[in-house]
Design a binder for this molecule. Structure first.
Ligand SMILES: [Cu+2]
Length: 158
């Protein structure tokens, strides 16, 4: 038994040595919560005090529906969920209180559609920084995700 455990520890160690750099690369902007996978998490930020916009892809790989109810970040005073729309050529946005994601479904937060609005940064942020964000789901479920700070110019409309 003891030798078997040692063996698996050794395997894990060599695995980590071999895949460390790649794993680090893959982890940028990615969060796994067993059945929930966040990818391409970006925080588009202008210099100064204007709110930032958060975009990501959330896949429900589980067999139960989940409901996204909001997000939080220590780097900002508050985070709101918004939906962008265009009325007669005028861009507007409205708050969204919850979004359901069925099993197998992928929810896309992208320019021109759903986005997180990051209000009042707690400290200065620069392009290339990483911001810890917690996605909140119905049932008190929390999924941590890392958002890469990017310039709005890097974003293309949907
Ligand atoms: Cu907004």
């Amino acid at each position: 038994m003891a030798s078997k455990r040692q063996d698996s520890q050794l395997k894990r160690l060599s695995h980590r040595l071999a895949w460390g750099p790649l794993a680090l690369m893959l982890m940028a902007g990615v969060a796994h919560g067993n059945d929930l996978v966040v990818t391409n998490a970006r925080l588009s930020l202008l210099p100064g005090g204007t709110p930032g916009a958060g975009y990501f892809r959330l896949h429900n790989a589980g067999d139960k529906p989940v409901t996204l109810v909001g997000a939080d970040s220590d780097a900002f005073e508050s985070v709101e969920m918004h939906m962008s729309m265009s009325n007669d050529g005028i861009a507007r946005m409205k708050p969204v209180s919850k979004l359901g994601i069925a099993p197998g479904e992928t929810l896309e937060f992208a320019p021109g559609g759903y986005h997180l609005m990051f209000m009042k940064r707690a400290h200065p942020l620069a392009m290339g920084d990483e911001v810890a964000v917690v996605l909140k789901f119905a049932g008190e479920r929390h999924l941590p995700a890392t958002f890469d700070v990017v310039s709005p110019a890097s974003m293309s409309p949907m």
